[in-house]
Each structure stands twice: as C-alpha cells, then as structure tokens.
Design a protein around this ligand. Sequence first.
Ligand code: NAD
Length: 423
Amino acid sequence: MSATAEIIKPAENPFDSMMSRFDVAAKLLNLSEGLYNVLKSPAKQVIVSLPVTMDDGRIEVFEGFRVVHNINLGPAKGGIRYSMDVHLDEVKALAAWMTWKCAVSNIPFGGGKGGIKCDPRKMSVGELERLTRAYTRAMIDVFGPEKDIPAPDMGTGPREMAWLMDQYSKLVGYSSPAVVTGKPLVMGGSKGRVEATGRGVMVATRSAMLKMGLNPFKSTCAVQGFGNVGSISAKLIEQQGLKIVAISDVTGGYYNPNGINVAEAIAYSQAHANQLEGFPGAEKISNAQLLELDVDVLVPAAMEDQITKHNAANIKAKLIVEGANGPVAASADDILNEKGVMVVPDILANAGGVTVSYFEWVQNRLGYFWTEERVNRRADRNMKEAFETVYQTSLKYNCNLRIAAYIVAIDKVAQVTQLRGGI
Ligand code: NAD
C-alpha cells in the first residue's frame, strides 16, 4: 500500500445488511415462520485447527472455517478467504449470500463459504502451501464435486486452488478437478473466468440502461476499485460507448471529465505494482468524492459499505451497478429509492463470476472444454435472463431490484425446500 493510501472502512455489518433485505423479501413473499427459520440458518458450520510447521521450525496452529448455508438447489459453492479478519459470523453471512446469488442467477448450486484466519502476506509460499493442504485434509469429508465446491476469495487465487485440487485428489485416489473452481487454465480452469465478473457487470449495466432509456453513447460512468472486477467492468463498459470519467483504487480517485482511457489505466496500474498512484491525465480526487460525481452510472467495485445513510443523499448517478459485494449498506436503500436511483444488486450484478465457475465445474465433469466465445455467449445469456426475471419481479411486487432479487432467490429455495420435504 502506498504512503498516500486511503482506507475506506466498512461502516455496517454485512450480515445485518443482508438479513434486513432478506426480512423485507420474506414478508412480501408471505414466507411461513418455519421456512423463514430454515432459510436463514446455515446447514453446516465446521471449525478446524490446522497445525502447520513454519519455515523456522515452529508449529503454528491456525483456525479454519467452512460454512454450508443451503444445499437444496445443488452442491454448496463459495470461495475461501485468507485474512486476519475471518470469523465465523462473517463466513456465515457470506455463505448465505452465495445461496441467494446462485438461486437468482439460475445456477444449480447452494451456498457455502470458507476461510482461514491468517495473514497470507506474512507467510512464505511453502507455509501457504502447507496451510492449504492442512485445510483440505481437515475438510476432506466436507468438500467434494457433488457436495461442496470451493473457489478463490480474498487472499487466495489459482495457486491455492491448484494445491487444494491436488491434495483432495491424492486423498481420494484419483484426479478430481471438479472439486474446486478458479483453477489455473492449464489444469482445468475455464476460459473467460478471469473476465467473467466484470463482463457480467457490463451486461447488467446495459440491461438496466435499456430499461431506463439511457443512451450509452451519451452516458458517463465512474468506477470505484480497479482490481479484477473494477478494471474489467470499466474496460467493457467503455467498449459499450460510455465515457469512463473516473476510476479509483486504494490510492484514491482519478477524474477526467473528458474521459479516461481504460486500457492506458490498466497498463499503468500493471506497471506500478497494481496501483494507480501517479496516473497522469486525471485530477486526483478521493474515493468518497468519486461516489458523489455527477455521472449517469456508478459502479462500486472495491468493497462493502461504501454508500451509506451518510452519503446516499449526495449520490447523483441515475444507476448504480454493484460490482462489489455489499457496497450499498441497507441504511442507504430507502434514500436511494426516494431519489429514484436504480440499483442493480450485488447478488445479480456480480454473479457472472459464479456463473463461469459453474461452467468450469460442468466442463471438468464433461472432460470437454468450451471455447471462450461459447463461455461468454452462455454467461451473457444467463445474465440477461436473470436481469429480466428480477426486473419483472420488481414490477409485480412494486419493489426495487434488490428486494426483487431476494424475492426470486428466496422463493426458489423455499419452493425446492418444500418440494423436497423431509423437514
Ligand atoms: P481485487 O483485490 O482484485 O481489487 C480490489 C480493488 O479495490 C483494488 O483496486 C484495490 O486497490 C481497491 N481497494 C481495496 N481496498 C480499498 C480501500 N480500502 N479503499 C479503496 N479501494 C480499495 O478484488 P476484486 O476481485 O476486484 O473484488 C472486488 C469486489 O468484488 C469485492 O467486494 C469482491 O468480494 C467482489 N466480487 C469479486 C468477484 C471476482 O470474481 N473477483 C466476484 C464477485 C464479487
């Protein structure tokens, strides 16, 4: 992080944010008290102790978690997070989020999430590998291509997924690529996965703009966050004709009313340790100022709780597309509603990533790999259909897109839960 790094701290608890929307949707659906209690409770919570020999010979014991929230639609799906902030409540919230995300985007998976309380930046590659293998051994009865399929999340990536796949395969005695997604391409990853989330954000943006009658060639856009989701969303949204007037990352915001060349910004960031600090041709602003710019479209793609009751009244964008998970806090929902701002919620807007993860799992089980063109075409179609379903639901229930997305998801999981019975 640079000396001028600007930290945006989450203001509200993401689990509370999620549950307050869940409650509104459950009420509109007239969900029975019994089903309400079933759907809010995680099916399984596993906590393990992971002894790891560190490079200096010491044995350190790490705490690992896996929560399976719901598996009525299919095997659990969700990432593994390596961070000192990992704790059971957070993992529970993220697992539930995955259930709703898969349900709303028509993916036959349930929701899960995992994590290890550790600081990966302070660990050597060897220590991280031993930790990942210890976690996989401890979760051998939890994971499985038909049971629970992990993926990368904060602090993990294709490298950790390769170790996990290898360790799982060694334990079961055969090669099992479908046990995990987000693997390196060469060992069974899917084409299109790296761009999938940003691509879905772009499709969601276009779908919403069509409904709102916004002309992309006359519209401006600001994107907060310039990592995987932010940079690719900015690049693909720019290709749709919108002018990207502001981008930002942990070093702050960069504003140019005449438009930022996103390809140049990506090249600059890549050449400067993945940071935009010093990016030329733009005025330096703060992340908070970026959110309040007079633009047509705002894509928060950095982290949670960026738009809250404290700044929602100052938002000028007509459309917010949530690239990040939980960037609009529940306390801001009503304020944005009253202002007539359309918000495409995270569980819909950033579902492109899990959609292509699902395609990776399908290809691994088929043993047959698709072209990037086929992956993108199917992912785009899935996203457009999911958007349309949520949009029509918002008209039917006279509610915003976020509540409509929760209604679609909760209704689907509730119906399947009832049909399966056995409660
Ligand atoms: P990333 O680590 O690649 O990028 C994060 C970006 O946000 C970076 O540009 C970073 O500089 C910036 N950032 C980090 N901390 C910041 C801070 N305190 N203030 C301002 N900017 C800050 O992460 P990503 O994969 O792009 O994920 C971004 C968000 O999207 C997260 O909420 C993540 O959960 C969500 N998401 C990611 C995917 C995916 O496929 N990568 C899928 C769904 C949702």
